[in-house]
Design a protein. Structure first.
Length: 436
């Protein structure tokens, strides 16, 4: 009997000895899954309410359990709750504390439930809450971009291909492209949320439960659209995790592209943007430096977001049905990616809110980059009837002439242009100025 008293209390009578120290360390997840305490308590309250409704436990027992769970929530909020690694995870930590508070009736909470469907439900609720928060942050960033678009709708800059000045556009158009990327990012999160919003609770370990439970009731109580249709799938499906991680990684990629441009634009060679001191850092050795570190960190965290996705896909590869302990590795990448993308979105919002755009430098760059060359070629096609390839050749010769003269295209004389093609008229100057 003394050996049994030393056994891990969760395993009942099956084990005589406690787990080794290393086993306890590798098995414990409380260090990170305690972030799901709100979802775990909410799920347990819904489950208890259902058990009472179905007559599986008494109404008085349900009230006692629910009051205890609410008291535990207050302890966690206040910081008084002690998370114990020996109890492995958030589920057993809460249940053990409940037993301390209300006695043996706490053991009835786990009727018709397994930690397998419990954790699957908790993680879906946590991810759903995370998506709602990310969508809110994306919308905040989009508001900043929309304000900048309105402010700079008439400010001209060069549009780039291959980082070479290509055609004149407005700063509003450039920033608007990122706004559209964020629209798609937001839509992906919305789609992912819709797909994950089915409730695993009631799947139990894998094959359901003989108790007369009401899965529709608990699903509705927890804000899910419906119970999951297959209990094996209910406890083992983590494609919603992959989808969430992909959404964070894709959003991070878009932010990284914008961060890269901010970094380039902030160089003296471009001088398109000046970041506020609040979103820049200095150098420990070079006093003149003002580094766009916030943008660099946003760019750098993209590797972290991508890595979390690859990590989770690798964990899931080849897993047989149903639950396997490998799935304990699903939470840290989810938590980490949420933290990282939330920081990145907020950092980008702050950088753009405090930034000053050097619109004069942008206009000058557009004017010096022969960015109206394509418009010139199109004019030759539309007004002189040249095949586009011929017009392309003529335009190239005109650009070369302007380069040799060290002037802009609209600074060439009509006689210069007619020396390249005699049919060119004075109307061509309507398309040679970037403003026109």
């Amino acid at each position: 009997m003394s050996n049994k008293n030393n056994a891990n209390q969760m395993w009942g009578g099956r084990f005589d000895a406690a787990p080794s120290n290393i086993m306890e360390q590798i098995n414990a997840s409380i260090g990170f899954d305690k972030r799901m305490w709100r979802q775990d308590i909410r799920g347990s309250i819904a489950h208890t309410t259902m058990l009472s409704k179905q007559g599986i436990i008494t109404k008085d027992e349900a009230i006692e359990i629910i009051n205890g769970l609410n008291a535990i929530a207050e302890e966690i909020k206040s910081g008084a709750f002690e998370f114990k690694p020996a109890l492995e995870d958030i589920h057993m930590n809460i249940e053990a504390r409940l037993q301390e508070m209300i006695g043996d009736v706490a053991g009835k909470l786990h009727t018709a439930r397994s930690r397998n469907d419990q954790v699957a439900t908790d993680l879906r609720m946590w991810t759903r809450d995370a998506i709602d928060e990310i969508i809110h942050l994306i919308e905040d960033l989009q508001c900043v971009l929309s304000d900048l678009e309105e402010k700079h709708k008439n400010d001209i800059m060069p549009g780039f291909t291959h980082l070479q000045a290509a055609q004149p556009i407005t700063l509003a158009m450039h920033l608007g492209a990122y706004n559209q990327m964020l629209c798609r990012d937001k839509s992906r999160f919305i789609d992912a949320r819709k797909r994950l919003n089915q409730c695993p609770l009631g799947s139990a370990a894998l094959a359901g439960t003989p108790y007369p439970i009401d899965r529709v009731f608990t699903a509705q109580k927890l804000g899910f659209d419906a119970p999951m249709a297959n209990t094996l799938d209910g406890v083992s499906a983590r494609d919603f995790v992959n989808e969430f991680l992909f959404c964070t990684a894709q959003t991070g990629l878009h932010l990284s592209r914008l961060a890269e441009e901010i970094i380039i634009w902030a160089t003296p060679q471009f001088n398109f943007i000046q970041l506020s001191d609040a979103w820049s850092t200095g150098s420990s050795i070079m006093p003149q430096k003002k580094n766009p570190d916030a943008a660099e960190l946003v760019r750098g965290k993209t590797g972290r977001l991508n890595g979390n996705l690859v990590q989770m896909m690798t964990v899931l590869k080849g897993l047989p049905l149903a639950y396997n302990k490998d799935l304990q590795e699903d939470k840290e990448p989810v938590f980490d990616s949420f933290d990282a993308i939330s920081l990145c979105i907020q950092a980008m919002k702050g950088m753009l809110e405090g930034a000053k755009f050097n619109t004069k430098a942008m206009l000058n760059s557009a004017e010096m980059g022969y960015t109206t060359a394509t418009a010139l070629a199109d004019w030759l096609v539309m007004n002189l009837g040249l095949p586009f390839r011929d017009a392309h050749h003529v335009t190239g010769a005109i650009v070369k002439m302007a380069e040799n003269k060290g002037c802009k295209l609209d600074e060439l004389d009509l006689s210069d242009l007619q020396a390249i093609h005699e049919s060119i008229t004075n109307d061509i100057f309507n398309v040679l100025s970037v403003k026109k």
